[in-house]
Write a protein that binds this ligand. Structure first.
Ligand code: TXA
Ligand code: MG
Length: 314
């Protein structure tokens, strides 16, 4: 791996769809172009995440944020008080939002923040667009707050790590839902506290108080299911079914076929999964039939999401 101060080299990698590690004021993030399905899929692959939790998209300022999400008064007040800084806002995606659906875990909302760290700001300024970045550790491990932690997590990877010193805050950002229509709801506590938000004259509550059956933010992903029924592991299709294929020999005879990966590439398949499910979810078809996906690497997460999509209906 390469430890560097070279912002231009890091941005060049992002433009090629490759990942970098970038410091933020909270923790180091494993970063990729948020508009690239494959870059976002690589983030999940490298972290070894067993399912697709939605990711935070980092942007340089409010104007970029407002291009991606449906901005509202609540978001403007929170951003005015705490951006740049360790506060993430969850808002509805803009229509035609170019951010990968994998960053939203297939849902209709996007988590977005403007980080305060000067290195992250320099990268965002030079890159221009949104950068998806969860903490730069392997799934289930502790978030890294120094370069040495990142090196320990990903020892033999061809990864460019931008040096940014020890992170000031050290815990992940506060995540606030601004899309519920009931004011600000804290989904994940962080260093921007409920008291600090209230002190700005903004009504805010904790997710637990807001709803008795609240699921942890990571589980919000499971709220997405297609309208159509989903049939898994198919080896033949009906003529009125839409087919989500995998591999170089798609089953013949479906009304419409989209192929997750002709070349059996699970990173490519993961990157396309949610966008293709949406595209096939049309009332003119009877069902979405899905060919088998191997249970290895990102295939575990893909099958996890497909199982949920199928279970929701039956
Ligand atoms: O401080 C941070 O936030 C760090 C640095 C790198 O910016 N990033 C980070 O990302 O912690 P990550 O992916 O590890 O955490 C994202 C959190 C998760 O709790 C996730 O469930 C929630 O944000 N989240 C992301 N998108 C969401 C959405 N659309 N709706 C609700 N929660 C969301
Ligand atoms: Mg994390």
């Amino acid at each position: 791996m390469i430890v560097s101060h070279d912002i231009d080299a890091a941005v060049a990698r992002l433009r090629e769809g490759r990942l970098i590690v970038m410091p933020t004021e909270t923790v180091y993030g494993l970063a990729g172009d948020a508009c690239s399905d494959e870059a976002v899929a690589q983030i999940f692959a490298l972290k070894g995440r067993p399912s697709f939790n939605p990711l935070i998209v980092h942007v340089r300022d409010v104007s970029v944020a407002a291009a991606y999400v449906q901005w509202n008064d609540l978001a403007a007040r929170l951003a005015g008080a705490f951006w740049p800084g360790p506060l993430t806002l969850v808002l509805p995606r803009q229509e035609h939002c170019p951010i990968s659906y994998l960053a939203s875990a297939g849902g209709d909302t996007l988590a977005i923040r403007v980080p305060a760290h000067p290195v992250a700001q320099a990268v965002l300024e030079a890159f221009g667009g949104g950068i998806a970045a969860p903490s730069a550790n392997r799934s289930g491990k502790i978030s890294p707050t120094m370069v040495a932690h990142v090196q320990f997590e990903f020892p033999d990877r061809d990864l460019l790590i931008l040096e940014g010193g020890a992170c000031d805050v050290g815990i992940e950002s506060t995540v606030v839902d601004c899309a519920s229509g009931d004011g600000a709801v804290i989904l994940r506590p962080g260093s921007i506290t409920q008291e600090m938000i209230t002190a700005q004259g903004i009504d805010v509550c904790e997710a637990a108080a807001h709803s008795g059956d609240f699921k942890s933010p990571g589980m919000l992903a499971s709220h997405y299911a297609p309208n159509l029924a989903v049939r898994l592991n198919v080896d033949q299709v009906q003529p009125d079914e839409a087919l989500l294929a995998f591999g170089d020999s798609p089953v013949a005879g479906a009304a419409k076929t989209l192929n997750l990966s002709e070349s059996y590439d699970l990173v490519q398949a993961a990157g396309r999964l949610f966008a293709y499910l949406r595209e096939l979810d049309q009332p003119s078809f009877s069902r979405i039939a899905v060919m088998p996906i191997p249970m290895e690497g990102l295939g575990v997460a893909i099958n996890d999401r497909l199982r949920r999509a199928a279970a929701e209906r039956s």
